[in-house]
Every structure is written in C-alpha cells, then in structure tokens.
Design a protein around this ligand. Structure first.
Ligand code: PAF
Length: 282
C-alpha cells in the first residue's frame, strides 16, 4: 500500500486503473481511523478493484471554536490499519495541496438543508464537507464512495449533492459501528473521561427506548423525543437537539407519525465532547 500526498500523483496513479475499467472505491476520512472507518474500508475492498482511503483533516468544515487543533492526527497508524484491511492507497494531502489559494471562494452548498440539526450549531460545516467531498470525487474519479450512517445528515446531504450535480458515483451507506456498550464509534470518543463515557451511553439507551416505544405503538413525536431527552439528561448530558426526521426528505416530523419512515437524530455534549447518534425506527 502506498501513501500519496499530491493530487497530480494520485491522478497519475489511478489513470491506468480507469483505462482498464477497474472499479475505484473511495473512503473519505479525516484520519484517527477506528473500526467504524474499518467497516467502510472493508465494504470498499469487498466491492471494488481498488480502494483509496483519503486522510485529510479538512479545515474548512470546522468552526473557529471547534476542535480542529486537537483532532487526533496519526497518519502512520491510519495507513497501517488501512493496509491491514486491504486498501490500496492512502491519499493524505496537505491543506495547501487541497486549498492552494487559502479558503476556497467556490463552495458547494445545500441551502435548504445545511442549516438544520447539526448545521444550526455548526454554521458553515456542511458547506465545508460538501466542498471537500466534491473535490475528492473529482480528484479520484472514484466509481463508489463509502460513508457511515452515524453522520446521518452528512450522508443524506452527500447523496443529495451527488444526485443534484450528476456526480457519476454511487454513494454507499454503511451502518453505525458501536462499542459493545452501545456507544457509537467516533474519533471524538477519545476525548471522553471514563465517567463521561459511561454517561454517554444514555444517548443510545434513549434511542433504543424510543424505538421500543414506537414498536409498542407510540406515534407522538413529542413523546418519542422526550424519551431520548430524559435518558440523556438523567445521565448528565447536555442536549443540543433531538429531532424525529423523515428519512426521505430529512424534514422535521411533528404531531403524530403515520407510515413514514423516520430517524431520530441526536447531538449532545458530555463534558466538552459533542457526540452525535441516531436510530432508524421503522
Ligand atoms: O465524516 C468525515 O470524516 C468528514 O466529514 C469527511 C466526509 C471525510 C469530509 O471531510
């Protein structure tokens, strides 16, 4: 497996595969790889002839007061893990390679949805994500790209972008990978103290209780939200949002649910660490 740092060299490397009609899979990451990323890499390796894992801590998707500076960086370990799972290339460009003119003035946005849920608390975040993901799609010319469902709003917006802008790429969603305790894997879990980690299980427990209540006939959105809120608050979490959203449109559901497929989205702080999670409940 090879680590490639420049766009030109990645393009040159991938060109022969394209000429031979090989399928290229892309797994975009910001590094600090864990088994959640591992699941994406495994899917790509299983489906595609060539797998490229990008490791790029994208500065333009972080707000001024966010954790860009303390985000864990360990390229060597990431490359080892990617290699052990069968990836062929790690693409690890510098910020100057990706943004030679500084912050880009041309950006990709979803004006309707970028300000909802996570976007309401992280202004500019999804613009940064969609912009870097489109750059990675264009640079690699990949046939398939793999994203985890923990970042539910992110994968929805990426699918919408690929459709709206006719990117010639298949977007594959991979289910959330959890610790045995139920905590969704995230590079940010490393920031949690033991106590915060224990308390953060309140998120998944709340989501499971709400899913269970739904299975037992509960259809009131306010009730389903309350179940999750209570579980987080009683575990000393600070809730940013809990919303029941329609899977087809990502719009907020209100009142009583009918037959629509819905997902409950959550963001909450435990100490200084912001965690997100979700459950699809029908
Ligand atoms: O989910 C992530 O790690 C990032 O948002 C992504 C998709 C790699 C874009 O920087």
């Amino acid at each position: 497996m090879q680590i490639i740092k420049t766009i030109e060299s990645l393009r040159k490397t991938l060109k022969p595969y394209k000429l031979q009609d090989k399928t290229i899979g892309l797994v975009p990451t910001m590094g600090a790889l864990h088994s959640g990323h591992g699941a994406l890499i495994k899917e790509s390796v299983k489906d595609c002839d060539i797998t490229v894992v990008s490791v790029f801590l994208n500065p333009i998707q972080f707000g001024k007061n966010e954790d860009l500076d303390k985000y864990p960086a360990r390229l060597e370990a990431d490359a080892k893990l990617a290699e052990s799972l069968g990836a062929d290339y790690v693409f690890a460009p510098s910020a100057a390679e990706m943004y030679p003119d500084g912050d880009p003035t041309t950006m990709v946005r979803n004006e309707g949805l970028e300000g909802l849920y996570c976007g309401a608390y992280r202004p500019g975040h999804f613009r940064g994500v969609l912009t870097v993901v489109s750059k990675l799609f264009i640079i690699t010319g990949a046939n398939r790209a793999y994203f985890g469902e923990k970042d539910y709003q992110q994968v929805f917006l990426i699918e919408k972008m690929a459709k709206d802008l006719n990117f010639d790429i298949e977007i594959h969603r991979v289910p959330i990978v959890r610790e045995e305790s139920g905590l969704a894997l995230s590079s940010r879990n490393e920031y949690l103290s033991d106590e915060e980690k224990k308390n953060s299980l309140g998120i998944h427990e709340g989501l499971l209780k709400a899913k269970n209540a739904y299975s037992n006939g509960e259809r009131r959105v306010s009730e389903l939200r309350d179940i999750v809120l209570k579980s987080i608050l009683s575990n000393h979490g600070m809730v940013q949002y809990v919303e029941v959203v329609c899977q087809e449109t990502l719009q907020k559901c209100t009142g009583c649910l009918k037959d629509e497929k819905v997902t409950i989205l959550v963001a909450a702080f435990f100490g200084k660490t912001r965690l997100i999670d979700n459950v699809q409940i029908n």
